[in-house]
Design a protein around this ligand. Structure first.
Ligand SMILES: [Zn+2]
Length: 267
């Protein structure tokens, strides 16, 4: 009993000695990315929503702008220069499914969100935060929620005041980005922008956003369909062939029966 009492304080001490380097290590690795967070300025612009807005522009507007060979003016808030995160987003290198590389310092990450965090803590100085350059601020006009929520199937109640506000923002974008006075191409794009984005800002639910469609979605679906067709086609021909053969043998048997019937009749 006496021995046990003497050795009891040794065990926690040993444990502490064993765990201390581990604790220290975990703290250091955690610190490596977050130590500069204190210095990073707080940016009131959602990277996630800015990315969604950028994708909507790419999918539902850019193909039409390119077809018209139209140059979006710099003062237009949809211009790439007016996206706070554009430079950082362009410095993302997607090497593999689980490998994202920082284009500034070549550091690798296994998820995009970790690269985003890295940009926020290490390369925040590259963000030009002067002026209003937040693409996420245009999300109301561009229907970001429609795109972001479509996977969750969440539908919020329509607010007439918010719809009117978004419609106003949408129309002002159409006016600054595609001024009708700029010529026929700008006029056509102005009209297109109103139909594609602004008409749906009502609570009637009659108009859906992006009625004119956009860039074709990734070819995965089409690839799957074509592979399936290629696989099913030989099977279809085989079935047709077998059916035809069965028909032929069937008629031959019938003929034989008829023939033998005819032979036995005259008596
Ligand atoms: Zn970096």
């Amino acid at each position: 009993m006496g021995r046990l009492k003497e050795s009891s304080p040794v065990i926690p001490l040993l444990l502490l000695l064993l765990l201390f380097p581990l604790l220290l290590l975990s703290q250091v690795s955690g610190e490596s990315e977050s130590s500069r967070e204190g210095n990073a300025p707080e940016i009131h612009c959602s990277r996630h929503r800015s990315r969604a807005a950028w994708q909507i522009i790419q999918d539902y507007l850019t193909p039409f702008v390119e077809r018209e060979r139209y140059q979006i003016p710099n003062k237009c808030r949809l211009h790439p220069d007016n996206d706070l995160y554009r430079d950082q987003e362009q410095h993302k290198v997607h090497v593999d499914i689980y490998e994202w590389k920082c284009g500034y310092c070549r550091k690798s990450f296994n998820e995009e969100k970790f690269l985003d965090q890295h940009f926020d803590t290490r390369h925040y100085n590259l963000l030009n935060t002067t002026g209003t350059k937040c693409l996420a601020d245009l999300c109301g006009a561009l229907h970001c929620d429609f795109v972001l929520m479509s996977s969750k199937k969440g539908k919020s109640k329509c607010n007439p005041a918010a719809a009117a506000k978004n419609r106003h923002l949408c129309e002002s974008l159409a006016n600054t980005c595609f001024p009708v006075s700029q010529g026929p191409a700008a006029s056509r794009l102005h009209e297109h922008f109103l139909r594609q984005f602004c008409d749906a800002h009502t609570c009637t639910g009659k108009n859906k956003p992006f009625p004119k469609g956009g860039k074709k979605k990734s070819g995965v679906f089409y690839l799957a369909i074509s592979i399936l067709t290629l696989m099913l086609l030989p099977l279809f021909y085989l079935l047709v062939f077998l059916h035809q053969r069965e028909k032929r043998t069937g008629t031959q048997v019938l003929r034989r029966i008829v023939k033998t019937g005819k032979k036995t009749k005259p008596s």
